[in-house]
Design a protein around this ligand. Structure first.
Ligand SMILES: [Zn+2]
Length: 459
């Protein structure tokens, strides 16, 4: 696997040229790239050959002619899905079983896995073109303030990633892959496993003399803000980047107050392992789709497009730059809403907001509760988790701060949770103390509330 600076520059230059031409050029470019991908996929992927057998010739294909694809079906036929024959699922799985092979390419591709929070983990195959696209297009889409910020932050110190470390996840693996293939593009960086006790994470961060950026999940960032407010965390980073979950305005505000050293508001990255850079957030906080190389469709439950301004039931992803593992109208499961008006930043690319990602709604009988109504904070606790163990039984798990008196903290948290149920006319719900530590998802995300499994398939 080779990272080509020349091809990266081609993505960069092409990306600028496309943007200058406005909507017409963007749409023409997208259609050309789509047909090129469809042509290759029809030729080299036995699965898509069958799937597209009755479609018109590729030169006449439009996006909506193509059937929707879903992860479970594609994964079941993995060996026929790829356009290369040298990477059967068994070979990929063997590689993924060995954590020492994280970010080590196999032949001409890199592989990662998804966390499997919505079912079976998927194996994601990235060719070098995807890496070149990620760098080239992201730089092409930067505005003046983002260039300035990048220059400032590069000199500020170490880039830290805090995500799940128990598997071949792109969260940590992607930057390792870049350092391996293009060391000049990667600055000094370090990785901290999100699964560790908070005290250990704080210690590790405090030991780093100068931190430029921290990339993590919003749920971990909440905890860092709390630790900084409590005076235990002493770092002064220049920038936070988040991804993988919904970043709320409240958290942005809290982080801004807790970390006066920040040079910029929290940068929120909308990404999934299937496509690590489908869009870029502009200085107005909107996510603009890189439409020349990525298509995002907001659709309803029947896979029909929803009008701009309407929240989608799911989103269909098409990645035009990955011709090894085709993602074409691939059901991602996220809920997004396209803006109806042009963005004040002037970008010609369509913009959207992400909503209700990783929604963990709690259902008790006929009542549905948002996880946000529970106040799961306590000055003597580092992390509190509410777990629904059966329809009317909940337990509280707490990672205590060192000086804490466990019994009192548990009592107070349980009281506050019970009050929420009571206020929602749920008087027969039991809330008990658990000695188990708070549980993280496979990729190291922390959900404050874990609803009963099976109630919400997307948790
Ligand atoms: Zn914008």
């Amino acid at each position: 696997m080779r990272f080509s600076l020349l091809r990266t520059l081609a993505y960069f230059a092409g990306g600028l040229w496309t943007a200058r031409g406005g909507r017409r050029r963007i749409e023409a470019r997208q259609l050309r790239n789509l047909r090129r991908l469809v042509e290759k996929t029809r030729r080299d992927s036995p699965l898509f050959q069958r799937l597209y057998a009755d479609l018109p010739p590729t030169s006449e294909i439009k996006l909506h002619d193509l059937p929707v694809t879903r992860k479970p079906n594609l994964m079941r036929k993995f060996d026929d899905w790829l356009t290369i024959r040298s990477l059967p699922l068994e070979r990929a799985r063997e590689h993924l079983r060995d954590i020492r092979k994280l970010a080590v390419p196999i032949d001409d591709v890199a592989i990662f896995r998804t966390s499997g929070t919505s079912g079976e983990p998927a194996v994601i195959v990235l060719p070098s073109s995807f890496l070149e696209y990620s760098f080239g297009i992201t730089l092409a889409r930067f505005d003046r303030s983002q260039w300035k910020l990048t220059r400032e932050v590069r000199k500020a110190g170490v880039d830290v990633t805090i995500t799940g470390g128990n598997g071949h996840f792109a969260g940590t693996g992607f930057s390792k892959l870049i350092s391996r293939l293009a060391p000049r593009l990667a600055g000094p960086s370090t990785f901290i496993e999100a699964e560790q006790p908070i005290g250990r994470i704080v210690e590790r961060l405090n030991a780093i003399p100068k931190i430029a950026t921290i990339l993590t999940y919003p749920s971990t960032l909440t905890i860092l803000a709390k630790e900084k407010e409590a005076g235990r965390l002493r770092i002064e980073p220049a920038l936070f980047k988040t991804g993988g979950e919904t970043l709320t305005d409240d958290l942005r505000e809290r982080v801004r107050r807790a970390f006066p050293s920040l040079k910029h508001d929290v940068v929120d990255v909308y990404a999934c392992t299937e496509c690590l850079a489908p869009s870029i957030e502009c200085s107005h906080g909107r996510h603009h789709v890189n439409e020349d190389w990525v298509i995002l469709e907001a659709v309803d439950e029947a896979m029909r497009p929803v009008p701009d301004g309407t929240l989608s039931a799911t989103v269909l992803l098409t990645v035009l730059t990955n011709d090894v593992q085709p993602f074409i109208r691939y059901d991602l499961g996220d809920c997004i809403r396209f803006y109806t008006d042009p963005c004040p930043c002037g970008s010609p690319f369509r913009s959207f907001q992400v909503e209700g990602r990783e929604a963990t709604l709690v259902r008790v009988g006929e009542v549905t509760l948002s996880p946000l109504i529970f106040d799961l904070e306590h000055e003597h606790a580092r992390r509190i988790q509410l777990v629904q163990t059966s329809e009317r039984d909940f337990e509280v798990r707490i990672e205590l701060a060192d000086e804490a008196v466990a019994r009192v903290v548990f009592q107070e948290v349980i009281q506050s949770v019970k009050r929420v149920f009571f206020d929602n006319d749920l008087e027969d719900v039991a809330v008990s103390e658990s000695q188990a530590p708070p549980e993280l998802t496979a990729s190291g995300k922390f959900h404050e509330v874990l609803p009963l499994r099976g109630f919400d398939s997307r948790t």
